[in-house]
Design a protein around this ligand. Structure first.
Ligand SMILES: C[S@@+](CC[C@H](N)C(=O)[O-])C[C@H]1O[C@@H](n2cnc3c(N)ncnc32)[C@H](O)[C@@H]1O
Length: 286
């Protein structure tokens, strides 16, 4: 890494440590991915990965307070969690039967014995990096042949571009305005709630707020160059899904069913519909 790139890389780590230290106390209760319905979906994804790989050893990059560890410890024997923010990692619950080891380190520099893990995970993590290359290299080195790297809750560049392309002078339907605020005004909301400078927050979520998210093509290229042989990208959380799920006009069960049907239909329309999904994730096979 040249000196300039290296110093930008360190600045983003530093921003993460400051921002996540300020948010750590309320992180689990304020982040929507801790809602039971999301935990159920992530559990189903992990169960599939664990059973395909016969997983025993898991490496969780950017483990935070243990969102993935809390699920995975019921299925695998050994877990290594890596994170740069002490205030986050301190909250990981290490109880249970799995052997859980925590490491305060940059995922891109974490030393791994090659081919010693069955699964690597990174949930809501990659967009916090200035350069995803070193973390992908760690994931690739860590996995044995056939092992899987699962990353999720990453910003879909096509959605970010579509939101940024809206006419600022026009007031759109509430389902668009809600997302426009979540993309363009999140830094202001965070500043008000946590007294974290907007610029610092944007640095911490560098590959969301500065570069505008990841495209499927970019991630696939980077993963293949890092040594993965197969990449499967999935999209989810379509524009208006929250309004549909919470619609007061129908019983909740019906709303959830309808949202599922809409999501399936829009997914069938890929790639034409890809700008309608806010998030993407992938499973990459070593
Ligand atoms: C949004 S949180 C996600 C935490 C957890 N995976 C979850 O889903 O709740 C992102 C985490 O990545 C960590 N992080 C940021 N840069 C990192 C790096 N270079 N190496 C390891 N962890 C990092 C942050 O400290 C933070 O805990």
């Amino acid at each position: 890494m040249d000196t300039d790139v290296n110093s930008r890389y360190r600045e983003v780590i530093d921003a993460n440590q400051k921002v996540l230290t300020a948010m750590a106390g309320v992180y689990n209760s304020s982040e929507p991915h801790f809602r039971p319905e999301n935990i159920a979906q992530v559990t189903a994804k992990l169960q599939g990965i664990f059973s395909r790989t016969g997983a025993r050893r898991l490496l969780d990059l950017g483990c935070g307070t243990g969102f993935i560890i809390d699920i995975a410890k019921h299925y695998v024997a050994e877990i290594d969690g890596v994170d740069v923010t002490e205030a986050m990692i301190r909250q990981v619950d290490c109880t249970g039967n799995a052997d859980i080891r925590l490491h305060l380190a940059d995922a891109g520099e974490f030393p791994v014995a090659p081919g010693t893990y069955d699964v690597v995970t990174g949930y809501s993590f990659l967009h916090h990096l200035y350069d995803i290359g070193p973390a992908l290299a760690t994931a690739a080195r860590a996995l044995r042949p056939g092992g899987e790297f699962y990353a999720d809750l990453e910003p879909n560049r096509y959605f970010w571009d579509a939101i940024k392309g809206l006419n600022p002078a026009v007031s759109y339907d509430a389902i668009i305005e809600r997302e426009r605020a979540s993309v363009l005004e999140r830094d202001t909301q965070i500043q008000e709630q946590f007294q974290i400078e907007r610029e610092l927050f944007n640095q911490a979520e560098y590959n969301k707020n500065i570069t505008g998210g990841f495209s499927e093509e970019y991630l696939t290229d980077k993963l293949l160059s890092a040594g993965f042989r197969k990449v499967s990208v999935f999209y989810y959380w379509f524009l208006g899904q929250a309004a549909l799920v919470n619609s007061p006009q129908h019983p909740r069960e019906q709303c959830v069913l309808m949202a599922g049907l809409c999501a399936d239909t829009l997914a069938k329309g890929l790639p034409l519909t890809r700008h309608l999904f806010k998030y993407l994730g992938f499973v990459a096979t070593r």
